[in-house]
Design a protein around this ligand. Sequence first.
Ligand code: MN
Length: 149
Amino acid sequence: MGLEEYRKRRKFGKTPEPEGKVSRGAGKRFVVQRHQASHLHYDFRLEMEGVLKSWAVPKGVPEAPGVRRLAVQTEDHPVDYIDFAGIIPEGEYGAGTVEIWDKGTFRLDNKSADEIEFNLQGQKLSGDYVLVHTDGKNWLLIKRKPKNR
Ligand code: MN
């Protein structure tokens, strides 16, 4: 996807968000940003392919096994966005308050066009998750039950 869509939506003189660039690093970090915009949601972002692959999760990332939540894919964000917290001014895209709700690292276990399996290690979130593409921009973010070992 790249960052064209991200940049097109924002005026960098007016929003404190980073302009950023596509990173060359093979990072494995994730962040969940609580975004009190016109509607409260949680932005879930995985560092992949030099950008942050991003989903807006209205009800938040599941913490209990077996719980599934709608996750609407949004534009790729620059890796620098992983540390962003602040106030996006009234009238700008995504106007409202962004707070870091959780961050950490993840292990990518499997990835296809319609399914991404990973394990999160954050301050609040941990365990096995899967993102499953359903239709259009809609995905389901599911916390898996622990495997029997
Ligand atoms: Mn958002």
